[in-house]
Design a binder for this molecule. Structure first.
Ligand code: F3S
Length: 74
């Protein structure tokens, strides 16, 4: 596991992003990894500001999103 200093804080290297144009708001990612995904005011998912704490769960959410709207933010 890599830990990098970003903006003066230490956070995990892995980040995710949601393509809001593709997201249909099914809620799978928000329901399965609520610390990493949340619903925005538009009813679509977005990444929270928090670090990815459970990479396996996030990988599963990426794989299971029905419209492949989630990707790693590199
Ligand atoms: Fe949207 Fe896919 Fe999550 S459709 S709510 S990004 S599982």
């Amino acid at each position: 596991m890599r830990v990098l200093p970003i903006g003066g804080k230490y956070t995990m290297a892995k980040k995710v992003k949601v393509n809001k144009d593709a997201c249909i708001g099914c809620g799978l990612c928000v329901g399965s990894v609520p610390g990493v995904f949340e619903f925005g005011d538009d009813g679509k998912a977005q990444a929270t500001a928090g670090p990815v704490t459970d990479e396996a769960a996030v990988d599963e959410a990426i794989a299971n999103c029905p419209v492949s709207a989630i990707s790693e933010d590199k």
